[in-house]
Structure formats: structure tokens, C-alpha cells
Design a binder for this molecule. Structure first.
Ligand SMILES: Cc1cc2nc3c(=O)[nH]c(=O)nc-3n(C[C@H](O)[C@H](O)[C@H](O)COP(=O)(O)OP(=O)(O)OC[C@H]3O[C@@H](n4cnc5c(N)ncnc54)[C@H](O)[C@@H]3O)c2cc1C
Length: 464
């Protein structure tokens, strides 16, 4: 990935605004630019725009949305900001936390009202993992693939072009000003396209083993369960142009990757009262505290695996979730009328599991918190019981380019790069360093919120 510094403009064509990457961030940026009446082309390396967005559960957190108001949820910038700062122990970028707190709800409302990307409040996601109120929104299909389909359709309606099989391999720049890009086609041919401004929406560096090893050594040997094409290009280009980087060791891990099926298990199994145990049948943490840090905690268990244990009530509540249905169809869900039978099916130590389940029942009955600080409001788990085997993985990286309140890229030494914008996984997120400041739904929230800000600001700049 290089930056070609040249005053020459060898471009076959010029487009006012180019966007690199056709995931949630890139497509949202394109929609915002179209609202400004600006011609925009999204360049996507793959034959179809999918990205990590299409692999995700498609659940976005947002504050102050019309959907929250409709459900009587009192939320907004200040509450979101306080949650982010509490979750990250004050290490998140306060400006960005406020911007996202103020802009995420309006971004979702805008996607729904202006561009027909319907998003509803997911009432099964009661407050957990650092959210103090209900904030998760999903499209009706409740998957990231469904969100992508709706964004692609919205781009078609809005006249935002998406050029696929267009792998951007270099940026052209005159000093700090980006003048265009070089892209490579699957047959090896290259094209040079000029632009007045550029939005980097090519996500983080999870697919780049060397960058993961350098920046997040603790996850260097963990499984990467994100989009392979996310190779850190935006970060490398930004850095070469003098951009500042932040929280490069931040990442979203998850201890809920079905093993061996490789399907994202919905945290609702835990939120609704399930627990997570290891092979010995022992719990090893507060299941609702740190959704992202749980990845490393599960990897640290014997065999690098754990089981989510729940009951029929939770199974009934979740059985229509798309990923759950697939996992069930693949035989990834075990069930038995009693704990002993479940332990035998799953290969968990029966005495350990029986002890743990008796303890959990005791916490439900007494209302006391367990040793990890988790409360069990009930109802008590009851027969038949269920188990899903999971492992931990690196889902996506959270560190990246520093941006301002318009998603414009900040220089390392202060000030802004003149015509470069970034969002989604390409930009520094609001989770602070490491994995544990990650709030569920923040990945997609950063993609659409910063995507909209970037597309709008870049659109206005090129018009001006
Ligand atoms: C399994 C899984 C589950 C998740 N679940 C959730 C969830 O429920 N809620 C949530 O908020 N977050 C979730 N996340 C995180 C979320 O998916 C990401 O934060 C979000 O999708 C990032 O959006 P993006 O547009 O920045 O990146 P992406 O959606 O990954 O899009 C980036 C695009 O850029 C393209 N690209 C890369 N380099 C180039 C290049 N040089 N030239 C051209 N194109 C390029 C890629 O091919 C890709 O299509 C999950 C992640 C995973 C992996």
C-alpha cells in the first residue's frame, strides 16, 4: 500500500468524491454525499460489497433515535457520553464520544426516513455490557447481510455508484492533498482515478497478521473472524500522509463464536439469564460485563472453549434469530431434560456443572450478587436445558485514524489533512485502548455515524 507523491495528474477520469470500501461506512458516506448533490463513487475490492458488516449480527447502538423515543427510552448525548466514559474508565476520546452520542440517533433516523433503511429498536437487548438503556437497533432481517442489502438498494435509489472488483492499491497525493487513487482489477490491469476528496472506509487491520502482531500482540495467535480483505490500508495510507493514529491496540473480541460451526452466537442468550462455563463446568467471569474482553477470557480456558448454558424459556425467545436457526440446523445446540444429561452430551464435567447451576439458582432465589458482581433477576433456569459450545476470536480492530467532529482526518502534529475523511473501522473508535471498553453495537454505530458525517462534510467541501 503506497502513497504516490506527485504533482502530475495522470488520471483517466476524475470524480468529485471517492470512497474506498463498500461496507456500512462507505455506503453511508456515499448516501450522505448524494444528499449534498455530489457525484460519488464507492470503490470496493470484492465482487460484491459485503465486508465485516455482512458478517455481523447487524445490531447498531445509537442514542436519541426516534425508535427509542417511540419505546419511551430516555437517551441522548449526555447519557451515551457517560456510558462510554464509564466503560472506558475515561480513556475514550471525549470529543468523539460526544459527537457519536449526539449524531448516532439522528444518523439512524436519517437512514430510515430519508433512505428507506428501516431500523427498529431491538427490545430483546435489555441494558447490558455497559449500555445503561436499550440502544440496540436492527433491520427487520436482523443480520448484517440484511443491513448491507438495504444499504446497497438505498445507494442505487440515491444514484451513488458502487464500483466492485476495484482494489485500491495506492493513493496519489500532492503534498498532503489527495489527488486520486490507483485501483487494480482482477485481471491485473490498473486504473488511475482523480478526486477532489477521499473518504477512507476500508475498515481496520484484522486481516493483516503482521499489523495485528505488532499492535495487538495478545491476539496474534487468536482466530480472526472478520473480513479478510480488511488489511489496514486506510491506516497505512493515512500514516504516510501524516495522520495521527489512536488506540491501535483496541479491538472487538468475542467469546461467543460457535465452535466448530463459526457462527456468531447472539449475546441475548446471556442477557436473558444464560451463563458461560468451561470444561470443568465452572463459570469464569461476569457474563454481562465485558462482551469484547470475553474473547481472550474464553481462549484462556482449557482447550480454548466454553459453553453457553441456558434453558427452554431463552431458547423459545431466541429460536427465530437468524444465526441461531442456522446454528441449530447445523447441530450446534445440545439439549437435555436435566443438567447431568446436558453435561454428558456436551462433554462438561457433570459434578462441576451441577454445582454451578445450583449456585446460580441460589443467586436467583436470594437476589444476592455472585462473586463476579453479577445479579440474577430470574426467572430461574428450568428444564429442559441447552448448551452451545463457543470459542473466542478477534472480530475487528478498533484503533485507527484520528478524526474530528466531521470525520476529517487529523494530522499527527495538529490540524487536519485537507481533503481526507475516515470512518468505521478505519478510524479510532470510542472504546479506548484494549478490548474491554467496547460497547456492543459500537462497530456499526461508528460506521454509519462517522460515515454520514464524512460523506456530508466531504460533499460540502467539494461543492464549496
Ligand atoms: C462476526 C462479526 C460480528 C459483528 N457483529 C457486530 C454487531 O452486531 N454490531 C456491531 O456494531 N458491530 C459488529 N461487528 C463489527 C462490525 O461488523 C464492524 O465494526 C463494521 O462492519 C465496520 O464497518 P466498515 O464499513 O468500517 O467495514 P467493512 O464492513 O468491513 O467494510 C470495509 C470494506 O472495505 C473493503 N476494502 C478494504 N480494503 C480495500 C481496498 N484497498 N480497496 C477497496 N476496498 C477495500 C473491504 O472489502 C470491505 O468490503 C461484528 C464484526 C464481525 C466480524
Amino acid at each position: 500500500m503506497s502513497v504516490i507523491l506527485t504533482r502530475d495528474t495522470p488520471f483517466e477520469a476524475t470524480v468529485p468524491l471517492l470512497v474506498v470500501g463498500g461496507g456500512a461506512c462507505g455506503l453511508t458516506a456515499a448516501l450522505a454525499a448524494r444528499d449534498e448533490g455530489v457525484e460519488v463513487v464507492v470503490l470496493e475490492r470484492d465482487p460484491l460489497p459485503q465486508g465485516s458488516t455482512s458478517m455481523s449480527l447487524g445490531a447498531l447502538c445509537a442514542s436519541g433515535s426516534a425508535e427509542q423515543k417511540r419505546h419511551g427510552v430516555d437517551d441522548g448525548e449526555e447519557r451515551f457520553f457517560q456510558d462510554v466514559m464509564a466503560k472506558t474508565h475515561g480513556t475514550a476520546d471525549p470529543l468523539l464520544a460526544r459527537v457519536v452520542g449526539a449524531e448516532s440517533g439522528p444518523a439512524l433516523d436519517w437512514l430510515a426516513e430519508r433512505h428507506g433503511v428501516e431500523l427498529v429498536l431491538e427490545t430483546g437487548w435489555t441494558p447490558a455490557f455497559g449500555h445503561s438503556v436499550m440502544r440496540m437497533h436492527v433491520t427487520p432481517g436482523r443480520t448484517g447481510a440484511d443491513l448491507m442489502e438495504r444499504l446497497v438498494a438505498a445507494c442505487e435509489r440515491a444514484g451513488a455508484d458502487i464500483l466492485t472488483d476495484a482494489h485500491v492499491t495506492a493513493l496519489y497525493a500532492d503534498g498532503e492533498r489527495v489527488t486520486g487513487v490507483r485501483l487494480q482489477r482482477p485481471d491485473g490491469s490498473t486504473e488511475d482515478i482523480g478526486c477532489d476528496a477521499l473518504v477512507l472506509a476500508s475498515c481496520g487491520f484484522g486481516g493483516n497478521h503482521q499489523m495485528v502482531a505488532e499492535n495487538i500482540p495478545s491476539m496474534a495467535h487468536a482466530r480472526y473472524f472478520g473480513w479478510e480483505g480488511n488489511q489496514g490500508d486506510a491506516i497505512l495510507w493515512g500514516k504516510a500522509l501524516g495522520a495521527g493514529l489512536g488506540d491501535m491496540d483496541a479491538y472487538q473480541g468475542l467469546g461467543l463464536l460457535a465452535d466448530p460451526q463459526g457462527i456468531d452466537v447472539n449475546p441475548r442468550l446471556l442477557i436473558e439469564g444464560g451463563v458461560q462455563v468451561n470444561q470443568q463446568g465452572e463459570r469464569f467471569g461476569h457474563e454481562l460485563e465485558d462482551v469484547s474482553g470475553a474473547g481472550a477470557r474464553v481462549i484462556a480456558q482449557p482447550g480454548g472453549v466454553a459453553w453457553v448454558i441456558y434453558d427452554d424459556r431463552i431458547h423459545q425467545n431466541c429460536k427465530e434469530l437468524p444465526q441461531y436457526k442456522v446454528l441449530s440446523g447445523l447441530g450446534g445446540i445440545r439439549s437435555a431434560p436435566d443438567i447431568e444429561g446436558l453435561a454428558a452430551q456436551a462433554g462438561i464435567d457433570p459434578a462441576g456443572l451441577a454445582r454451578t447451576m445450583a449456585e446460580v439458582a441460589g443467586f436467583v432465589a436470594s437476589g444476592a450478587q455472585d462473586g463476579f458482581g453479577r445479579a440474577f433477576p430470574g426467572p430461574a433456569l428450568a428444564s429442559p436445558f441447552y448448551a452451545a459450545r463457543v470459542t473466542g476470536a478477534l472480530f475487528h480492530t478498533q484503533g485507527g485514524l484520528l478524526v474530528d467532529e466531521n470525520a476529517q482526518v487529523r494530522r499527527v502534529n495538529g490540524g487536519l489533512l485537507p481533503n481526507l475523511y475516515a470512518g468505521g473501522g478505519a478510524a479510532r473508535s470510542i472504546g479506548g485502548p484494549g478490548p474491554s471498553g467496547y460497547l456492543p453495537g459500537a462497530g456499526l454505530c461508528m460506521a454509519v455515524t462517522l460515515g454520514r458525517l464524512a460523506g456530508r462534510a466531504a460533499g460540502r467541501a467539494v461543492k464549496g
